[in-house]
Design a protein around this ligand. Structure first.
Ligand code: ADP
Length: 271
């Protein structure tokens, strides 16, 4: 029997899915330096969360751990209810993840970096189709159809044959966003994606990300020093200091009435 999907039903289903990202007492050390100190936080499906805080407070490390570019020192990271930092052995016990397992889990997560990191020797279309063809096994034609849809979304339909060196920084970053989305990740990580851009190019990239935020249900973790952008795009802000969350709230509340002195000081410096 068909039933109407009410807002309450959607809410219940979403809760039933549990958090999409969950850090459980995550510790990250580099030698003597403790970068993340028993960090706990979780992100709900479709939620957009911005991480703010002074340089060196551990924000990029969180994204790099999620991209499996780094390994946890202790604790467990969960993605969609499955361990990311670990895998289960035949007895169901958590053991450190191996490369094959990480390769599978990594497909759920896309990342856009500060330095766009496009393949310089490939044109725009190939930059976007390369991973869907080689990692997801799509045919070249299927991947090209999807890539063209994404180029339209980021406003670069006329650039598919261009090489990255012929594009502005803002255009390159929009290609990088399309490339990340081409893998259809459940989670998109954005690490200071506008900080390498000339000021007049920042708005184009931010507008594309605002469109994606409002038109998709992709979960986003965003590291940015642009507080206006954080306010527009995210539903929750986490303020970090020395590897811990010292305050969190909606952008409206946290930016207008920060409770912690450390947050007040940080916001005075960046706003
Ligand atoms: P944020 O993104 O908040 O600026 P990061 O996560 O980049 O902070 O860095 C947190 C701390 O970890 C910094 O003190 C940084 O120097 C240190 N760090 C990051 N990566 C490494 C590494 N590969 N080796 C040693 N120290 C590192």
């Amino acid at each position: 029997m068909a039933t109407d999907t009410t807002a309450a039903q959607v809410e219940t289903d979403t809760q039933a899915l549990g958090p999409v990202v969950n850090f459980d007492k995550v510790v990250k050390r580099y030698g003597e330096l403790t970068v993340l100190d028993e960090l706990d936080f979780s992100v709900k499906p479709g939620e957009r969360v911005t991480l703010i805080g002074p340089s060196g407070s551990g924000k990029t490390t969180i994204l790099r751990l999620l991209m499996t570019l780094e390994k946890v020192t202790d604790g467990v990271i969960w993605v969609e209810g499955e361990p990311l930092s670990h895998m289960r052995d035949s007895g169901g016990e958590l053991v450190p993840a191996n490369e094959a397992y990480l390769r599978q889990m990594r497909k759920r997560i896309g990342m856009v970096f500060q330095q766009f990191n496009l393949f310089p020797n490939m044109n725009v279309l190939r930059n976007i189709t390369e991973a869907p063809v080689h990692v997801l096994g799509l045919s070249k034609d299927e991947a090209a159809v999807r890539a063209r849809e994404l180029l339209e979304l980021v406003g670069l339909s006329d650039k598919e044959n261009a090489h990255p060196s012929k594009l502005s920084g803002g255009q390159q970053q929009r290609v990088a966003i399309a490339r990340a989305l081409a893998m259809r990740p459940d989670i998109l990580l954005l690490d200071e994606v506008t900080s390498a851009l000339d000021p007049e190019l920042v708005a184009d990239v931010q507008n594309v990300l605002r469109d994606i935020a409002s038109s998709t249900d992709i979960t986003m973790l965003i590291v940015t020093h642009e507080m206006h952008f954080a306010r527009d795009v995210s539903q929750r802000v986490l303020m970090f200091d020395k590897g811990k969350i010292i305050e969190e709230g909606t952008p409206e509340r946290l930016f207008s009435e920060p409770r912690e002195e450390r947050t007040q000081k940080f916001l005075r410096a960046v706003l």
